[in-house]
Design a protein around this ligand. Structure first.
Ligand code: SF4
Length: 171
């Protein structure tokens, strides 16, 4: 059994995530890598990237991270499902006694502190702003690294209420 598996904090995080759903992972909200040269993003870095819709950004700039595609994956997590694109973590969880990155990334201070907001975000349709870990495309990332910067912290507003209102208006 790995040491991490005996760490009470990781056990607490896993139990808490699993009480929402076996596929719940906070990194789907708090971490994003943007491939600005192709207009793609993914969160976290394990799933394949997907295209950011220009229409979505025009309606709400937070779609740079909070794409419709990603919101649907979050919805799956909140409904107890395991998004297919996160198969890296399911492979670890189904084939070993180790914790997957779902637990480690959710345990980070930049994730764990915001757990309640993420869960109520979809349930209560309220707007919240949270810090998001952003890693830019390869070229920008090289520049980031030469300056000793790993992640860039941005505040992105998750505004589901506004999204829905605009949708009702057909915008
Ligand atoms: S479940 Fe795993 S692959 Fe999916 S977002 Fe979380 S850490 Fe990444």
């Amino acid at each position: 059994m790995s040491e991490a598996f005996e760490n009470p904090f990781f056990v607490e995080v896993k139990d808490s995530l699993d009480s929402v759903g076996k596929g719940m992972c906070l990194a789907k909200w708090t971490q994003v890598t943007m491939q600005l040269q192709t207009g793609h993003n993914h969160s976290c870095h394990h799933p394949a990237t997907h295209k950011i819709s220009e229409l979505e950004i025009a309606r709400n700039p937070s779609a740079l991270h909070n794409t419709k595609f990603k919101k649907l994956r979050r919805k799956e997590m909140l409904e107890g499902k395991r998004p297919e694109e996160c198969d890296y973590c399911w492979g670890v969880e189904d084939n070993s006694d180790r914790f997957s990155d779902r637990i480690f990334k959710s345990s980070e201070s930049w994730s764990w502190e915001y757990k309640e907001e993420m869960i109520t975000y979809t349930n209560n349709l309220k707007s919240i702003t949270m810090p998001t870990k952003v890693r830019l495309c390869n070229k920008c990332y090289k520049k980031q690294r030469t300056k000793g910067i790993d992640w860039v912290d941005w505040e992105l507003t998750l505004d589901e209420e506004r999204d829905l209102k605009l949708k009702e208006l057909g915008i």
